[in-house]
Design a protein around this ligand. Sequence first.
Ligand code: ADP
Ligand code: 5GP
Length: 186
Amino acid sequence: MSHSGRLYVISGPSGAGKGTVIRQVLKKHPDIMLSVSATTRPLRPGERNGIDYQFVSVPEFIGMRDRGEFLESAEVYGNYYGTPRGPVDSALRAGRDVLLELDIQGAASVKRAKPDAVLVFIEPPSLDDLHDRIRGRGTEDPDALFKRLEAAYEEVRSKGTYDHIVVNDEVERAADELARIIESSR
Ligand code: ADP
Ligand code: 5GP
């Protein structure tokens, strides 16, 4: 009998450093699959279609959703995001662990659908740090920046529903902590 892989959901406010910490963990664990979501958000400079996200139009997204192609989907900061079901299920069946980077609605949906999923919340040391990090990334216009900061309060309030909370003070330290959570759940 082969073992199926485990599902990990990583959430946290925009700018907390989820992407940065996840990239660091994947360097150590190239066997882990990071799911590529579909989104209607415009592509940021430096992002690649099919690698960072599958960038789709709103009608394309709605078609995918209506055909049941998503494990979960949600509207986040005014755009649609969804996790394609097929690649996640085949990786898990093949025994690979899978990481999903999802907003708090997505995390709750996945926990309902797959109760043995491990939920990890990544938070910044403070909301001031969060502000500086989103600004420093330089990818959001003032309106999008405001939406993301406004949402951060509610997102941080939900952290009690997660299995683990990791404070992203230093990237290396936070990545080691996340890697240990994964190693110890195996
Ligand atoms: P998220 O995926 O949560 O939206 P990113 O990984 O894009 O966040 O990180 C947001 C910004 O903060 C990036 O410019 C990144 O380089 C920076 N950053 C990430 N982690 C840290 C950290 N521990 N200390 C300082 N800056 C960080
Ligand atoms: P960003 O636009 O900064 O890449 O992501 C915005 C938010 O959407 C983040 O909280 C991210 O975790 C979340 N997100 C990314 N992909 C998905 C997805 O497939 N489903 C859900 N529910 N949230 C997602």
